[in-house]
Design a protein around this ligand. Structure first.
Ligand SMILES: Nc1ncnc2c1ncn2[C@@H]1O[C@H](COP(=O)(O)OP(=O)(O)OP(=O)(O)O)[C@@H](O)[C@H]1O
Ligand SMILES: [Mg+2]
Length: 336
């Protein structure tokens, strides 16, 4: 058996605040193979970003209480010192955020920043690092990379900055790229180019990709597996096929009806009733129960475990598998 690239076990992140403890991530477990592409979806505030900030060691250790295990090639990242973490981040785990300015320094020229990132991790001369930075800018589709390398981030357009950030995220050929809403702020054409670029880079470098997004269309086209988060937990996980052609969780059904998909008309969109819960006073039992159209008594008292019901497809819901299948099928009928 091959070793998993990433194995997260019972990850919990809590923020003690004046109003109480915010349970932002509440017992998340999942794994990822080398070269695999995972999509992470869920409403705002469901704990997507915090999960992966914990994974990258970017949460303030004083503000956040992080427990569980994050095994990256078998090594527990949560046990690393900040300097050891910094070495892995960048060289083995790359990242791309929604806002490129959070990773690009406004006062340094783009080429120099990428070159310095390379030099920080590898024993190369400044000249070689700069040549590699130009090559990387070229690979992410930035025209005239020699000239562009000598410009500041503010001289780049939004899409170009996003590309530069991807160049930065991939310049050390990491084994894992974490992209948190990498294209949300961009127009549709640039968005498609960036996503294709990430796909190409993944093919070339065998990089595993975790894509956090609100866009189920992006997930369908650019990932292999999906994980749905609600109130700090994974409520459903499966392949693209499982989720799109046979989702098992009422929250996933709600998401699919509330989020626009390329193949559906806007007027059919139905927002999920109610609002996401407070992460301080999380509802008892299944945290989705106050909003669930299929709620039963057991849902109010017992937390449903995330259980694999079919090979590679798991959901955390008290409905029986037969009921889940029947309800999903009836929804598809209504939609078509
Ligand atoms: N430093 C902090 N202190 C207290 N609560 C925090 C802190 N950082 C995040 N949270 C809370 O953790 C929860 C999860 O936030 P997170 O950013 O992971 O959501 P998300 O799923 O990424 O949402 P979005 O789709 O809007 O990006 C939110 O309720 C947020 O308010
Ligand atoms: Mg987020």
């Amino acid at each position: 058996m091959t070793e998993k690239l990433l194995e997260v076990k019972d990850l919990r992140v809590q923020f003690p605040t004046g109003d109480g403890i915010v349970k932002a991530v509440d017992g998340v477990s999942f794994s990822l193979d080398a070269g695999e592409r995972l999509g992470v979806v869920g409403e705002s505030g469901s704990g997507k970003s915090v999960t992966f900030l914990a994974l990258m060691g970017l949460l303030d250790r004083k503000a956040a209480n992080v427990t569980g295990q994050i095994l990256f090639r078998g090594q527990d990242l949560l046990k690393l010192r900040p300097d050891e973490f910094r070495r892995i981040r960048g060289s083995e785990i790359g990242m791309v955020f929604q806002d490129p300015m959070s990773s690009l320094h406004p006062l340094y020229k783009v080429g120099k920043q990428i070159a310095e990132a390379i030099q920080a991790h590898e024993d190369v001369t400044a000249k070689d690092a700069f040549t590699r930075a130009i090559d990387m800018l070229d690979r992410v589709g930035i025209p005239r990379p020699e000239d562009r390398a000598k410009q500041y981030p503010h001289e780049f357009s939004g899409g170009m900055r996003q590309r530069a950030m991807i160049a930065m995220g991939l310049c050390l050929s990491p084994d894992l790229l974490i992209a948190d809403e990498p294209t949300t702020a961009l127009d549709v054409t640039v968005q498609a180019q960036i996503l294709d670029l990430i796909d190409r880079m993944r093919d070339e470098f065998q990089t595993a990709v975790i894509m956090i997004t609100h866009d189920l269309g992006v997930v369908a086209e650019h990932t292999d597996r999906v994980q749905v988060m609600y109130a700090g937990k994974i409520v459903e996980a499966g392949t693209i096929d499982h989720i799109y052609h046979g989702a098992h969780h009422p929250y996933t059904w709600g998401l699919m009806q509330s989020i626009s998909r390329l193949d559906e008309e806007q007027e059919r969109l139905k927002p999920i009733k109610g609002a996401p819960p407070s992460l301080i006073f999380v509802p008892s039992g299944c945290s989705f129960h106050p909003r669930c159209p299929y709620v039963m008594d057991v849902c109010k008292t017992e937390v449903p475990p995330l259980e694999e019901e079919e090979y590679g497809h798991a959901s955390a819901c008290h409905l029986t598998l037969e009921e889940k299948k029947r309800i999903f099928a009836s929804q598809v009928e209504v939609r078509t």
